[in-house]
Design a protein. Sequence first.
Length: 445
Amino acid sequence: MRQADKMSDRVEKLMLDLFDIEAVKFGDFTLKSGIQSPIYFDLRVIVSYPVIMLMSAHHDVPMLIRRKEAKDYGTKKMIEGKFEPGSSCLIVEDVVTSGSSVKETAESLESVGLVVTDAVVLLDREQGGKQKLKEAGIALQSICGTSQLLRILRKHEKIPESVAEQVRDFVRNNTFPPSQEPPVKKSRKILSYRERGDLCQHPVAKQLFGIMESKKSNLAVSADLCTTAQILKLADEVGPHICMLKTHVDIINDFSAEFVQSLTELANRHEFLIFEDRKFADIGSTVQHQYRDGLFQIADWAHLINAHSLPGAGVLEGLKQVGLGKQRACLLIAEMSSQGNLATGEYTKATVKMAEEHQDFVVGFISQSQLSDNPAFIHMTPGVQLSGSGDGLGQQYVSPWDAVVTRRADVIIVGRGVYKDPDPATAARSYQTAAFQAYQHRLTN
Ligand code: S5P
């Protein structure tokens, strides 16, 4: 027997069972909306029907439950169950009429960072719900619709033709009109930095989102200078305007432990994090030493470091063993700003996957675009300047607006645009304002 025939036989059997247990009733019913209906579905009896109840156990996927109202005691959670922000969630409902209940469920799931693109429903009353949900970007699959149900019940002479006709009339006259708007691709609600900080687990990511929100800054300045005095002077000047200072510690001529101490004091005073742009790219055992030992002892002072995914997961395993105990975090380089770079396509995709598998240590990406829907991941974009398109050595620049609005960066990284300016504090303020306004534009549009 063909698969499709088998399926339709099973649907037929299920509909007859539902009729027999009075989960589908015919008569004169007042619906929640106040409308009189000749057909009524009461699928609460299904709890004794393990088909739906066992879906998650049968397929071994975690199940979440949405409360109608947040309970007013205990955790006050709307969504019960364990999940990672950014995970996809399929909505399973019993009956769909206008689609508004599925839409509400999708909105509460999305407010906690889950991604919703599909819903399945046992019975579609065929009153416009499918179209409404399509407009909201949710594809609805139903096991059975009212018209098929009526055909099945008529075939087995469970109801007279007059009742079936009455129900068909009712559906025709009570279909929720599709909205006049042309279908648009669903725009998911953009979460604020504060909301994202609440969602993420890693203390460094939480702290960074908190600083970005309270200082109104999504600007990181790259202090690519060669003396400690120049770097400390710059850090003090731009400190009030930045959420993070990025260093290249191996270009400093007079590196010392005192420098690290002074930089840490400035970071505490002005409230910014320190990101050492070391771009680790060796086997796990070697990067462990590079991170912990040597002249720089990076793990002792840098809140954040970054790594290439090129060597495979070992690079993260090695760094993690040094950094996790010190509550440090890592960014993976998934895309680069330089002309002709090879971090594209499958390489970028594999990097995102590697980050997803190491979320206890990796808090985001160095990238040129948004690569993950997971709101806990921070996307940082270098190659940003207000004027200028390149540096003659392969660097390519975009504007703060382009980086944040078009490419969906969370943080812009600016080096020469700030430290080469005769007045770095004012330049930093200009970048801060431009990038934060771009973020606010994204939030409200
Ligand atoms: O793809 C990248 C990754 C990084 S971390 N492109 C980059 O330019 N960077 C770094 O960002 C680079 O090493 C430098 O420190 C900074 C950009 O500096 P700017 O002077 O060109 O703004």
